[in-house]
Structure formats: C-alpha cells, structure tokens
Design a protein around this ligand. Sequence first.
Ligand code: ADP
Length: 662
Amino acid sequence: MSNGKKIMAIVLSCILILSFLGTAGCTTAGEDRESDTEQMATETQANEVSIADGKYEGAGEGLNGEIRVAVTVENQKIKTVEIVSHSETAGISDAAFERIPEDIVKYQSVALDAVAGATYSSNGILEAARKALLQAGFTEAQITAEVDKEEKEEKEEETELAADVVVIGSGGAGMSAATAALQEGSTVIVLEKMPTYGGNTIVAGSGYNCADYERQSQYEMTAAQRETIESYLEMEAENSWMQEWQKEIRQDLEEYDAQGSTYVYDSPALHAIMTWIGGDEEANPELVDMLCRNAADSYEWLTQLGAEWVDGIEAGNGALWQRSHTATTKYGTSGGCFVEPQKEAFDELGGQMYLEYKAEELIEENGRIVGVKGVTGSGNEFTAMASQGVVLATGGFAANVEMRQKYNTIWPDLGESVPTTNPSSSTGDGIVMAEAVGANLVDMEYIQMVASGDPFITPIITNVAFVNSQGERFVREDGRRDEICEAVLEQPGQYFYYIMDTHTTVDLLDGMTIHGFVLDDIVDGEDIIKADTLEELAEQMGIDPDTLTNTVAEFNSYVDAGSGDPLGRATFGSRIDAGPYYANRAYANVHYCMGGVEIDTQARVIDNEGNVIPGLYAAGEVTGGIHGTNRLGGNSIADIITFGRIAGQNAAAEQRNIANES
Ligand code: ADP
C-alpha cells in the first residue's frame, strides 16, 4: 500500500471509530492536541451543533503527490489552515500555499478558484481542507458556499507605479534584465501577470549552452564529431560572419592537432556557426555572434548568483553538440536555476515585483516609450512609468492557439489538439503590445516543436536512444528538433520512447526529473516505464523484446565505435547497459517561437523602418532573429540570460545618455 493510501486508510478508520463513539474531534497520530479537559468541554458544546472545535487533518492530491493540511475549528468557524506536508515544486506552487489557506479562512469556504499557474497544488489543498472540515462536522453545503466575488475582488492596490526601469515578465529574461538594471544602480519594477513568477523558464528542462573547455576536455571527441566540424569548415561562407567563425575554428584546430588533443573541441565560433546553420542561415548573424560570444560570461554571472550545475557536460535534445550544462534541482526544478538566483539578487537589491499585474499597452510620449498601462488580477487599472526604459520580457506564444494558427506556415497543424510544453501564460502579449507601437516582427512563422513527454524525465540525449512503438530507432537523436519532430509525426501513433539506463535517469539528477518529481514515484507503466532488464521493459511497452534488445545492442555498437550509425548520429556518451532501464513516452509538442520582436545587439526594439524605438528594449522569447528557422536545444537559456542582461544594462544606461544629451 502506498503511503498516501495508508494515510487515507488511517483517516477513514478514524472517522469510522469516531462516528461510532459519537464524537467528531478526529486527529491523526503525532498531532498536537489541546488538553483533554479543554477538548471535552469544547466537544460537548459543539456536539449540540455537530461542529466540534479542534484540529483536523485531511489529505488531497497535488501535482507531485499528497498534500496534508491541518484545519483548526473554533466556534463553528474555520480559524486556521496550515500545510502539514507536501512534495510540490517550490516556486511554482508557492502562490497556492500562500493564498489558498488564507482565502479558506477569509471566505469560510473551500469553493475557491485555483490559483492560476498552480492549479494542481491549489486543488490538492482545497481537497485536503474539505476532508478535514467534513471530519469536524461541517456539511458539504456549509463549506462549499459560493464566495461573494464582489467582496473577494475588493482589494487596495497600488495603481500608479514608477521606477527607472520597468520590466514586463518575470521569466529568465525578465529577471535577468531586472537584476542587471539593479546592479547598474537603477530602481526596477517587474510586472508579472500570473500569481507566481518564473514563467515558462521555471519549468524549462533544457540545459545552458556555452563552450566550456574545463568540462568538455573531460570527454573524447568521436570520429563523427570531428567530421561534423570539418563539414562546417567546408561550407561556402555566405557572409563575413561565417568567414570569421570558420577562420577562428581553423586556427584553433591547428593548435588542437599540434598538441595531439582528442577532447571535445568547442568555441564561441563553433557554437555560432552551428546556431546559424542550424537555423538555416535565417537568423541575424550579428545577434548569433553576440549570443555565442557572451554565453559563457552570462553562465558565470548566473553561477555567481547561485545557480548550481551537475558535473560534466551533455548534449540536450536538439543541441547538436555536447555543450549543454545541466542545472541541478536545487530550487525544486532545473528551470529554477534560471530564475531563482536572479530573484534572490533582485530582492536583495530592492527590486519591486507586482504579481497579477498584466501589462496591456505601452505608453508613448513624443516617440519614446515611457511606461505601460495594464490591469491587475482584481480588475484595477494601473500605470507603471519608466524614466529610463521599458523591457519587454513576456515570452512566446506557444500557448496561444490563435496566434499559432495565424503565423504557422510550416507544420501541418498547430491547432487546439496539438499539445504544448508551455504554461498557459505564453500568449504572446508582448508581441501584440510592441506591434501596436510600430515594432517590426521577424521570423513569426518559425514555431518550434520538440519531442518531449508528459511527464518528462529529461531532454538530455547523450546516453539515450529513441525508439518507436515497434522498438526501432527512426531518427538520429542528436539531430535538429524540427527533423526529429517531422520524423515523430511519421511514426505509428505519432509517439516514441526515450530509452535510458540508470546513468541518465538516476545518476544525473539524483533520481529526480527536471520538473522536480521523484522519478520512481511517477513510474506509471505507460508514460514512464521502469524495468530491471530491457526484455521486461519491452514487454511493458508492448514491444517484441528481441527487437528492443537488438536495437539497443546495435546502438551500443555505434557508441563503442564513435561512428557508423546509419541514421547519422555523431554524439555518443556511454552504452545503454546499466539497469534499471526507463522508457519515457514522448510526442511532438509546440515548444518555442523563434519569431518575435526585432532587436539589435543592444536589445533595443527596432521599428518597421529599421529605426530604434527609444525607451523600448526586449529580451528572451518575445524577440525574433536570434535562432532562424530552428533553435538549438540549450540555446534558449543562454539567450534569455544574455540578452536579458544586455537589455537591463542598456535600459539602466538610458538616463545617463539622456542627461548627457541635454
Ligand atoms: P522568457 O523565457 O523569455 O523569459 P518566460 O515565458 O519564461 O519567457 O517568461 C515570460 C513571463 O512574462 C511569464 O511569467 C508571463 O506570465 C509574463 N507575461 C506575459 N505576458 C505578460 C503581460 N501582459 N504582463 C505581465 N506579464 C506577462
């Protein structure tokens, strides 16, 4: 019996015993109790109305497992609601834990709306409280009374905000911009439309791409990887950027060969060439160069602020090279490392964050963006004025089906039925706001799909084979995301499995998934399958065991040789041979918008005529032009941190520029 079921059994038997004894003051083991005399007195009194004073516990199901709640009842009123235990993901569920218990007491009801962005945690708390209150003797009707919405929404709020820099959006780009501006001495406000900060970034699973000799020099470069580099050097240079990158790589390789080196070579130039060619030469090479030359510095900045990384270096899904740094789950999720370090610095430096403040319209005065108007979660209108600059960091539009349909020309269908990895907040608001003040939009048709599961263990592919429902490999796992997804859509049932051994699943993140789940708790025999042997794994997957073992044996032979894969794989880690084995079912999901607001290398927004829009900056997924047709896995985090910092620093420099001009 699982722990959750055991606890429920205790609660149920407790209810039965107590109803037999004719008392309602049920408690579970280990709970603080008032003295017996006091308890008896209150119970006698309350028995008359059948709601007994006391402290009651209940359990509900959250996102990651059970949530236990203790409710104190006094004089037939809900006095306190406390969280006893839970395994929810920090950051994502914080707003539910803060708000739901408080609101249950305030409205004396569990008929409350879930906190947006933390639906499962909210519902788990409400369910746990409901069960505890039923034990106290409340009837369903008493605790599910309609909350007076009018009363609920009456809330005193600040509606006239002002700071040097106003940042819209609290994902990785927004928090990097805000922190960088604070570090430059500006005052900063962050507006966030959701009740929690972190956006899509905090649930991101991807790694952080940058060349890193210290880590990469621990690995042998495969013959196929060397061929990959040579193939980039043989390409005809389309422009001077490409020529420069090729020149740098050639010079490096001369030295590398002269020293008899055999490690995985990398450099900002190789990163840049792969990013640009990987996006079919559609990106702005200036932006690509800026990203790749600054990615290592931004990585150091983030690390100094508190981000932690697992040892070694991996190839993320679609990363094309072994340069993805994997964040630990120090902050609950891997994505926490791309937001929380900046948030801590932001708080220390006096930044002000306004949650449930949705920006709707940029304010323009004499051709300059000077602030933003919007509406709060309670319906109050607000303005936030910026004396230096406004930074748009509102993310992409992968969760906005209308926009997906409007711009998509690449995929057969991106309608309602196509899943997305993004939270509901990714609705492209910043793109609409920027367009309304004349910003130029670029590459809008390039919408990325990625092959991932729900739940998902990890996007790392270094020691992973992809097999279809027949147990056969069908695509190189280290290839481009668009090519992988095109191949997935051609497979029977349009799904496949990540096949992994214990190196990738258990060793890498200490048995956690990138989203902060304890892996073994979410094995369900369908989306996540676990078995000690490959044969058993195949049986659970409904696949012929011989086919799967042969597929993995062949895969392992390419790992041993470091080449020879007929599907063209070039990156190999270790063999898949250390049980237990896991299979993670995966699909093609709408994941990322390469297109968005045009910016220059200083993160200034460009208008339809090629001019800078004064006072307006943009960073992160709201921007376009950095990734071309196809973004490399692991480049997004490097992008949002790098351009977030650039935007924050430049917005913070504005006042000085204006002062200098006058
Ligand atoms: P990035 O990776 O570019 O930082 P994210 O998706 O992680 O993007 O973060 C974008 C954040 O912006 C999210 O937290 C989202 O809720 C927030 N956001 C989006 N639109 C608005 C808006 N109109 N007003 C305030 N915040 C917004």
